[in-house]
Design a protein around this ligand. Structure first.
Ligand SMILES: [Zn+2]
Length: 167
């Protein structure tokens, strides 16, 4: 899910400058380029999206500022659904926008965060319980507390070690 990858710490490096952010987006099949100088807007939206997802995972509400930021990013790039029907091919829908590439990219990221928190009943968001992780993930079942097997194992090993230390 795009919004989860967007706020993940693993994206800190790739999203730090416009050129590598453009490459990061291309790997996710988003072909609009981010121009140099768009880093602050990207970082602001990223913080707002993270605030939305953490609020959803914790059962709370994000700040009004974070909500405004995400809504504004989406509103800055209105889209029109269009139909292509090539000769001999199948009809295909696509989204046209007259917005600049930067606004288009930020809107896609904002809408991904919106979809993720609004669809929450079916896809519960959680914050990983493992120490020093805190990653937001989609829980496959209601009892899942860790984002990955690695985190679960880390917690079990730590528990085991602390039990044995006290004996
Ligand atoms: Zn984790």
């Amino acid at each position: 899910m795009l919004a989860l990858e967007f706020i993940d710490r693993e994206a800190d490096g790739p999203l730090a400058d416009a050129a590598s952010a453009t490459a990061w987006l291309a790997e996710r099949r988003i072909r609009s380029a981010l121009p140099p100088g768009s880093e602050p807007a990207l970082a602001e939206l990223r913080a707002a999206a993270e605030s939305l997802l953490r609020a959803a995972a914790g059962g709370g509400r994000p700040s009004a500022a974070a909500l405004d930021r995400v809504n504004a990013a989406s509103a800055a790039a209105p889209v029109a659904e269009q139909l292509d029907w090539p000769g001999g091919g199948r009809p295909r829908r696509w989204l046209a926008t007259s917005a600049l590439p930067q606004a288009h990219v930020l809107a896609l990221l904002a809408r991904s965060a919106m979809a993720l928190v609004a669809d929450q009943p079916n896809r519960p968001l959680r914050e990983c319980d493992a120490p020093r992780c805190g990653r937001i993930f989609i829980a496959d079942n209601p009892r899942q507390r860790w984002c990955s097997k690695a985190c679960g194992n880390r917690v079990r090993v730590a528990r085991h070690a602390s039990r044995h230390r006290h004996i």
